[in-house]
Design a protein around this ligand. Sequence first.
Ligand code: MTE
Ligand code: MO
Length: 320
Amino acid sequence: MLIRKSPDIPSSEITPKADYLSRRTFMTGIAATGVTALTAGRVTRWGGTVHAAEKLQTVKSPLSLKGETLTSLQDITHYNNFYEFGTDKGDPARNAGAMHTRPWTVQVTGLVKKKKTVDIDTLLKLKPMEERIYRFRCVEAWSMVVPWAGYSLSEFIKQCDPQPGAKYVQFLSLADRKQMPQINESGIHFPYSEGLRMDEAMHPLTLLTFGLYGETLPNQDGAPVRVIVPWKYGFKSAKSIVEIRFTDKEPPTTWNMMASNEYGFYSNVNPNVDHPRWSQKTERRIGASLFKQRQPTLMFNGYGDQVASLYKGMDLKKYF
Ligand SMILES: Nc1nc2c(c(=O)[nH]1)N[C@H]1C(S)=C(S)[C@@H](COP(=O)(O)O)O[C@H]1N2
Ligand SMILES: [Mo]
């Protein structure tokens, strides 16, 4: 089987998405190679630079949540979804370490006045970095509270000069078989692709993210650059982005292509629209004490005041 239970992970924590994939893999008979990768430990270096964590200068953002306990760095970096490095929650921490994050460029393509390639060091310096504490809610009904570091994606988009016809933004992640030997295990078609409507991408809460806990992102959390969209399920926030493409049509997105009845394009956190296989009414706070683990899930993950107007007049059961 693709999804092997590690001794330290109770079966209740094997994720619904991994369940889906393991069933699917089983059904289609794709060979499972996960176990060797798991026991092989860290992969070797490939000649580039594995970037060590660096401190980031940040100012505290007024957009941060208040009164929530931060999830520990240990949990944020050891309970991950990054399927290019394996489908188990512990796989990214085990396997992403050797990914080269220097040199790194992001291509700006599609409907822009001028296509360009931006170096990560330029991106890092483009705007002052803020620390934003956001609640992060996965579609699998768990959540964390993370002190991210970055600046509003809108600041970058303005510099991309999108054409008037650009209605959506697509994010594409790195897909490099050499550095991601687990990339074929899940049966997912990579590169990982996600997308936002332009007004969602331009919303001040949408964060172009370079770090957490005051340092550059650990590889397993999407180094060197990812997006965080705090009112949407976690899968909308693509990691290790290499291309940002402006389009006039809704871009294809990875989880929607995998199972369109389960994962829509919008994927706003919504306790009133259940996933076909589980309720979205509550969530389990990772790392919280037993009594505080179950939390009610809030409409738009608690950011309704800021974002509900983006969806005025839309049937959120239809556009889930
Ligand atoms: N490239 C890429 N980005 C990705 C994913 C992935 O598998 N590959 N998983 C998504 C999902 S399902 C979630 S919940 C978040 C997890 O982010 P975290 O591991 O930093 O908590 O990343 C999202 N971005
Ligand atoms: Mo997720």
